[in-house]
Design a protein around this ligand. Structure first.
Ligand code: DGL
Length: 261
């Protein structure tokens, strides 16, 4: 069994944890939400990278063997520094799934919804440049979505208005595929699908990220896995949201804590 740290600016990384609990339920997970500082999407890149490094150090102090940076924004700004600082630990990051999207789009027009920081990062620009594809990418920052998701709003007039504002122009420009480039957005997937139907296929890379995690951690798992939830704001609120979003498996042991970092 491995002890695996998973962190995000808030509850977005729960979309990755959810997949991890399906694919590899018998590990001990430590989930850290930096809820007091969410959202990261429009903060300065220096701030995001030093904060991500601090969260990662704390998880390693807790004894985590592997770290999943379950945040596109933190991955884009800090994964190189984190790997340099912790060369003995497996560090797994996330990035917008533009490669599978380019392969799957029949019109070769793809919308990418991500944070401002992710879209303007050098890492994302390099990812785009590395793609030998004739695909057109329509990039859109999802400003305002993360704070609503953090409040547990996954549908309703405010979410719908923002989704229309961001996705309608992509459809008008011919996009048939949408990349969810922020780990908070998979929680909006069914809402997006109900608004746009089959004309828009949605790409979420949680599955691939967790497969990569499984390749890098011990294959041994215990019969009953566990999750300790830590929030830099309120651990109990995080646990309540996690219960709602993860559809908790009966065998999972979960505890919640508030932590001041
Ligand atoms: N969930 C994060 C991401 O994948 C961060 C979103 C935010 O805090 O703005 O980018």
């Amino acid at each position: 069994m491995s002890k695996i740290g998973v962190f995000d600016s808030g509850i977005g990384g729960l979309s990755i944890l959810n997949e991890a609990l399906h694919q590899a339920p018998g590990h001990h997970y430590v989930y850290l939400a930096d809820s007091v500082n969410t959202p990261y999407g429009e903060k300065s890149s220096d701030w995001v990278s030093s904060r991500s490094l601090a969260l990662c150090s704390w998880l390693i102090e807790q004894g985590c063997d592997a770290i999943v940076i379950a945040c596109n924004t933190a991955t884009a700004q800090a994964i190189s520094q984190i790997r340099e600082a912790f060369p003995k630990n497996a560090i797994i990051g996330v990035e917008p799934g533009i490669k599978p999207a380019a392969q799957q789009s029949s019109k070769k027009i793809v919308g990418v919804l991500a944070t401002q920081n992710t879209l303007t990062s050098d890492k994302f620009k390099q990812l785009l440049a590395s793609l030998l594809s004739d695909c057109e990418f329509i990039q859109q920052a999802g400003v305002g979505l993360v704070p609503l998701i953090e409040q547990g709003q996954l549908s309703g007039p405010f979410i719908d208005a923002l989704l229309h504002q961001y996705i309608d122009p992509m459809i008008e420009q011919g996009a048939d595929t949408l990349v969810l480039g922020c780990t908070h957005y998979p929680f909006l997937q069914s809402q997006i699908q109900s608004m746009y139907g089959a004309q828009l296929q949605i790409i979420d890379t949680s599955n691939a990220v967790v497969k990569q995690m499984c390749r890098l951690v011990s294959a041994e798992e215990t019969r009953i896995g566990s999750v300790n939830f830590y929030s830099t704001s309120d651990g109990q609120s995080l646990l309540q949201l996690a219960k709602k979003l993860l559809g908790f498996q009966g065998l999972l042991q979960a505890q919640a804590y508030s932590v001041h970092l």
